[in-house]
Design a protein around this ligand. Sequence first.
Ligand code: NAD
Length: 294
Amino acid sequence: MTTIAFIGLGNMGNPMAANLVKAGHKVVGFDLVPENLALAREHGLILAEDGPSAVKEAEVVVTMLPAGKHVLSVYGEIAPWAPKGALFIDSSTIDVESARKAHAIARENGLSSIDAPVSGGTGGAAAGTLTFMAGGSKEAFALAEPVLQPMAGRIVHCGEDGAGQAAKICNNMILGISMIGVAEAFVLGEKLGLSHQALFDVASTSSGQCWSLTSYCPVPGPVPASPANRDYKPGFAAALMLKDLKLSQEAAQAAGAATPLGAEAAQLYSLFNAQGGGGADFSGIINFLRGAKI
Ligand code: NAD
């Protein structure tokens, strides 16, 4: 049994922490929202008054927060209170620069750390099947792996500090671009009188095949589990896709990489969000491309 502090008990953090409790760990939780704390108590977490009291006896600290500014502020607040040698795991999706700063704060306080963002959404968080993409030293990764296991389907060590965040935003840039591509093809097919099923049957076994088509098809019918079959209820909200695409574009600018389709995808998701699509699943962008009312 490991004593774990879990900070950030929202849509993802709460079910992830619940899986750590189920695995037999002592989990001390903190969040700013009383409803999230109440749910965490039901999941068997011990509640702390604030961040510093959550971490003061922790061997491992997991954070699952909205963005880089929250992670840096929480790290600044709690790192001095954690026992020396404790392992900090940040699973939030944040920009690479903030992730590297978070590692530096941990190091200055005698802690080890990894960035370990996830893919798999709230369903994967509840089922304990998330993919973790980890960045940090080999030693820190070796310490983190058994802690991540009860929350994970797959754990990949991507490289040094920030490499987990880099992998996450590159993957999601592919996803955003490919979803728009698949949606455009269905919209064109509709105009050409092609049935959804016929296009799916051909493209899913041809060179147009990709995850956005075969696992997450943006039209109802061909893939019964995709959000298109439940009026685009997320799933993975378009607002979160926009967040990740913006992170990819910030990183591309900072690193001097040309990502013209990533930039275009960010613009299209910005427009979809501005028209009220942010709460819909990101595959709902097909309705925006059709010019339909959101
Ligand atoms: P969420 O908004 O539901 O949860 C974030 C939680 O952090 C909230 O409960 C908030 O109260 C808490 N928080 C903020 N500041 C805090 C502070 N100073 N101290 C303590 N708690 C604080 O968000 P989420 O959907 O759980 O996502 C968390 C992270 O995971 C984000 O970075 C998101 O991009 C990423 N992510 C989300 C999904 C998804 O499908 N929801 C999938 C993959 C990755």
